[in-house]
Design a protein around this ligand. Structure first.
Ligand SMILES: CC(C)(COP(=O)(O)OP(=O)(O)OC[C@H]1O[C@@H](n2cnc3c(N)ncnc32)[C@H](O)[C@@H]1OP(=O)(O)O)[C@@H](O)C(=O)NCCC(=O)NCCS
Length: 395
């Protein structure tokens, strides 16, 4: 079916919002009431629907935020809650909706889109590729009898919001891939669905140096020991890191494990005595370079590195991304100009894996996803070098 952008928009009225809630409830096994509450809380602007013959056939959530890459916040649209009504499945609706979404994202001037895939072929087909990870970290609470208590800890007050946001920002901007959070991401930290998160801040002489939001998950009877699940754990100073570990360890009499999401090499784990933790991949996330030039120019680059990379990019959805470009990096920034001799050839999908630092050019070449000469591979390795990109948030 030929689709126009007019068939794709935020839900127009209460009836369409109810259709969104029904699709979300059925796709993600939520109760109809919880789904409707969620859809109303996020609001119409946070969803898009695709209509077929005038009726809502599918939906997704549309989250404007940023992602820290190379120390700069790149504007992104995070996509979640992708769902097709059961009767419409299997006829290309999701593919058409993702294409319409990407056209809107590009028209809005946002260079990058990010999502967690429940299935990969759908998203690969429209240009997303694996670009980072989200790990679950589980530490035995008894192992957290360390750190120290020189800084004070107290419950979060409503007036702490700005200081907490700033504390998060100080840390997140140096963590490749972390979100520059919007309202939605913060509400998942502070008001996780169906659970209560208790917030505590760590204060030093200069104010909030760290904080944690924790959910106490009761064990199934007759067990006694709880799981402490952290919806956020941020330390912006070494003293705050030690204080937070001690604070969590002070729960050890009735807590069995402390768990959170983030990087597999979370620096807080460096402070533990033993590897008394488990790190498990939760999911890889995918990214789509909606605007190759815009994305390259928006992220940060290593200050001390300069070089020029000649790319030849294949993109079947956006002709603007197709063809030869020269990426010129110097002084922590980048410029992209059309032309050059295209010595590194790759699909826009695989450029996303390179862009975030998820894969090196050499690794992509080894599995046949990049064609390039040795010089270009070395240049790309120097320019895109980073620690493995991660995300703690889900959306
Ligand atoms: C997954 C889903 C969105 C696909 O919608 P759809 O309109 O049927 O998808 P399309 O017809 O555009 O199919 C595109 C590709 O997605 C994949 N796909 C489709 N349905 C799928 C399913 N149920 N499970 C796994 N992969 C699926 C296939 O690779 C398909 O390509 P192919 O038909 O060439 O093999 C839909 O089945 C759905 O809503 N499922 C429940 C919720 C969900 O899983 N959402 C994804 C969250 S990230």
């Amino acid at each position: 079916m030929e689709q126009t952008q007019a068939d794709f928009s935020p839900p127009r009225d209460a009836q369409e919002q109810a259709a969104v809630a029904d699709i979300v409830a059925q796709a993600f096994a939520m109760s109809p009431a919880d789904s409707l509450t969620l859809v109303q809380r996020v609001g119409a602007a946070g969803y898009r629907v695709l209509r077929e013959d005038g009726r809502v056939a599918s939906t997704l959530s549309y989250l404007r935020m940023g992602q820290w890459l190379g120390g700069r916040s790149v504007p992104i649209v995070g996509v979640g809650s992708v769902g097709v009504s059961p009767a419409h499945r299997g006829s290309g609706v999701a593919t058409r909706m993702m294409q319409a979404l990407l056209r809107e994202v590009r028209a809005e001037g946002v260079p990058l889109s990010v999502l967690y895939p429940a299935t990969q072929p759908l998203y690969r087909r429209v240009g997303y590729e694996l670009a980072g990870s989200r790990f679950e970290v589980r530490v035995r609470a008894g192992e957290l009898e360390l750190g120290e208590r020189s800084l004070s800890v107290r419950p979060v007050r409503p007036s702490d919001e700005a200081a907490i946001t700033e504390c998060y920002r100080r840390v997140a901007q140096h963590r490749q891939g972390w979100l520059d959070r919007g309202v939605n991401a913060w509400s998942r930290v502070r008001q996780p669905r169906g659970e209560v998160a208790y917030g505590y801040v760590v204060e030093g002489t200069s104010g909030v140096e760290g904080y944690v939001y924790l959910v106490r998950r009761a064990p199934p009877p007759p067990q006694l020991r709880q799981e402490i699940f952290l919806t956020d754990l941020v330390a912006s100073t070494p003293a705050a890191a030690r204080r937070l570990l001690r604070f969590l360890g002070d729960h050890r009499s009735l807590a069995h494990e402390v768990a959170w999401f983030g990087a597999s090499n979370d620096p807080l784990l460096m402070l533990l005595r033993e590897q008394a933790y488990q790190v498990k991949l939760h999911m890889h996330w995918m990214a789509r370079l909606v605007d190759v030039r815009g994305a390259m120019e928006a992220r940060g680059w290593p200050e001390e590195v300069s070089g020029a990379l000649h790319l030849e990019v294949d993109d079947d959805l956006f002709p603007e991304n197709q063809g030869r470009f020269v990426l010129e990096v110097s002084g922590g920034g980048a410029r992209v100009r059309a032309g050059g001799d295209g010595r590194m050839r790759l699909h826009v999908r695989d450029l996303a894996s390179l862009y975030t630092g998820f894969q090196s050019a050499e690794a992509l070449r080894q599995v046949g996803l990049v064609q390039a000469d040795d010089g270009s591979v070395r240049t790309a390795s120097a320019l895109f070098a980073s620690v493995a990109p991660s995300l703690c948030d889900m959306f």
